[in-house]
Design a protein. Structure first.
Length: 251
């Protein structure tokens, strides 16, 4: 969507902050020994308290308030009996709606401590890739420059991007135009960013795999080779002054 009124901006800022606060709380609440369902229930309670509705449930009848993916799971992990172990890479993705407006945010992090430095590397480089992508977000820039920036950071650090998971437009629906914001350079995509456009940018940085496949259930995406993968996502408003991160929660 493209924001055209102050009221639209107000509603998007509200749902953006709700998603950001829920994500922050879940990261802080995650502990070794708890199940992903226990973590998800915290998210569901917080969304309800803030008057928001889980987008995965409302839009796709997903069996969880949030998506929680662990280790080989890269995205759309179903919260359940899986126990978080020391050193697990956990991805929490929170999307929700309120007053007809959607926001989407996520992050990967390590629970406890890991002895494998590659796990922390993919997390750190994913954050660096998003930071680099943000520098490209302004009206008139080609959407493809976002993916180019992400891929460049991955390659520079000896890592890869997941090519079949992408960012997307967001706003009055969970997945809006542009339908795909690639994490690599797609030269045939001449679509331009516009003032007021709302997008969800989400790099997926991998230790080896370039693609994910269907996993152990109807929802989860996984890597076949057990690669470590990290994701970070914000809902962003495109402005002439630079990107405004609607899901960023100030400390």
């Amino acid at each position: 969507m493209i924001i055209k009124t102050d009221e639209e901006l107000k509603h998007l800022e509200e749902i953006g902050q709700i998603c950001g606060k829920v994500l922050k709380s879940l990261v802080e609440s995650a502990e070794v020994g708890m199940t992903t369902k226990e973590l998800d229930d915290i998210g569901g309670k917080l969304l309800k308290e803030m008057g928001a509705e889980s987008a995965p449930i409302s839009e796709y009848d997903f069996p969880g308030y949030t998506c929680i993916s662990v280790n080989e799971e890269v995205a759309h992990g179903i919260p359940g009996k899986r126990v978080l172990n020391d050193g697990d890479i956990v991805n929490v993705d929170v999307s929700a709606k309120k007053n007809g407006y959607f926001a989407d945010t996520g992050i990967s992090f390590i629970v406890g401590e890991s002895e494998d430095p590659m796990k922390q590397k993919v997390v750190d480089i994913c954050e660096a890739a998003l930071d680099e992508a943000l520098k490209k977000i302004k009206p008139g820039t080609k959407v493809s420059q976002i993916g180019r920036a992400v891929h460049k950071v991955a390659r520079k650090n000896g890592l890869k991007v997941i090519k079949n998971l992408t960012g997307h437009g967001v706003g009055k629906s969970l997945h809006d135009a542009p339908q795909h914001i690639m994490n690599y350079y797609e030269p045939t995509n001449n679509e331009l960013l516009k003032e007021g456009m709302v997008i969800a940018v989400e790099p997926f940085i991998s230790s080896n795999a370039s693609f994910v496949t269907d996993g152990k259930n109807d929802w989860a995406f996984e890597t076949k080779d057990g690669s470590f993968v990290a994701q970070k996502e914000h809902t962003i408003l495109v402005t002439s002054e630079g990107p405004k991160l609607l899901t960023l929660v100030e400390e």
